[in-house]
Design a protein around this ligand. Structure first.
Ligand code: FES
Ligand SMILES: [Fe+2]
Length: 369
């Protein structure tokens, strides 16, 4: 799990100015709320007074109020009120919690969990067709998986599983072409890679009915950063699904996935639910496999699995993970587990680069190389 990327916190409707929302990501808790202008904020969840959970408190105007002794924190993380303190006394500089850059896209509130300055931050993946003519987006679908998020991303980069895990899904088979032609992985620098595969003629009746196999039928996947997966299925030049999975690791064995499905056909709104149902059925087939993988996490030693030619996209993804390891962005999970419970931790926010006086410890990281 890595700091310095954008993580989906919740769908926009779940972040309100009436009740704070407590969300766990990478083993740590955050609180999300909206101020009176409607701007969403994401802060570390631990109150610096005596450890109250801000997400269990209240939203009061532009602040979130701790449920324990009523300290209030504004959207920038600064404490604005200590109820027991005389009115003419200022809140000490240490009265603040980490505040994370927040953006809303595609109906999702994202937070940048890291301390990089704005110009160095990897971007949220841009869905270029979102909101454009000729494409329709489904409402965001959120689902949870009892598996590690990297295993889930790798599953999306794994072209060879489709035929075996999803025999009835109606997606064209790509096994034949994978067998005939080595797969080529293209870099999409600096944060990801992608691959495409022509699809053989052996498509199901269901996909033939929508024109698959008429030529130019292909499928492909990509990743952006450690936790965004993109799948593209072109049944014909005009009829395509583009699917985006923004993944939030809750810990090392649970993942919350925010799924945006774009389509260029079946545009009628009444198809929305039908397509969600089909996609969730397919996702469940993946989930059944993912939740039974051994080991649960991606093995650090590549020799502990037998990757083959067709697994090249997974190889490339792991290369990227190593690059982010080397930058010192990976959470030292073993140390984190050993420390938690004794000391409150959070991911360092950008303000820590310029300000002192922080109460919470920062999450331990594997040293940069
Ligand atoms: S613990 Fe939050 S106000 Fe005391
Ligand atoms: Fe799958």
């Amino acid at each position: 799990m890595y700091i310095n990327f954008w993580y989906p916190i919740a769908t926009s409707d779940k972040v309100t100015n009436t009740e704070p929302l407590e969300v766990q990501i990478m083993g740590l808790n955050y609180v999300a709320f909206r101020d009176t202008k409607g701007t969403a904020h994401v802060l570390a969840n631990t109150c610096v007074h005596r450890g109250g959970a801000l997400g269990k408190g209240k939203v009061n105007g532009d602040c979130v109020a701790c449920p324990y002794h009523g300290w209030e924190f504004a959207g920038d993380g600064k404490c604005t009120l200590i109820p027991t303190q005389p009115e003419d006394q200022k809140v000490p500089a240490r009265g603040k919690v980490d505040c994370y850059p927040t953006e809303e896209r595609y109906g999702i509130v994202f937070a940048f969990l890291g301390d990089l300055p704005e110009e160095e931050r990897p971007p949220i993946f841009e869905i270029t067709e979102y909101g454009t003519e000729g494409w329709r987006a489904n409402e965001v679908v959120v689902f949870e998986v009892n598996a590690y998020y990297q295993r889930s991303v790798e599953n999306g980069l794994d072209g060879a599983h489709n035929q075996f895990v999803h025999p009835l899904q109606g997606a064209p088979s790509i096994i034949e072409s994978l067998r005939k032609k080595p797969i080529t992985v293209d870099d999409v620098p600096p944060w990801g890679s992608e691959f495409y595969c022509a699809v053989s003629d052996s498509t199901s009746e269901e996909t033939k009915a929508i024109g698959a196999g008429e030529g130019n039928t292909w499928a492909g996947s990509a990743h952006h950063g450690p936790n965004t997966l993109i799948t593209r299925i072109y049944f014909t030049n005009e009829k395509a699904f583009r699917q985006y999975f923004f993944e939030a690791p809750l810990d090392d064995s649970h993942t919350r996935i925010f799924f945006v499905n774009m389509r260029s056909f079946m545009m009628e709104p009444e198809n929305d639910q039908k397509l969600i149902d089909i996609n969730l059925r397919i996702a469940q087939e993946d989930i059944d496999i993912l939740e039974a993988l051994d080991p649960v996490c991606t093995p650090e030693d590549i020799s502990k699995e037998m990757l083959t030619e067709v697994d090249k996209p997974i190889y490339r993804y792991r290369d990227y993970l190593k690059e982010w390891d080397d930058k010192g962005w990976r959470i030292d999970w073993q140390e984190f587990i050993a420390k938690r419970g004794n000391v409150a931790m959070t991911v360092a926010c950008p303000a820590r680069r310029t300000e002192k006086n922080w109460i919470l410890d920062t999450v331990p990281l594997v040293a940069a190389k």
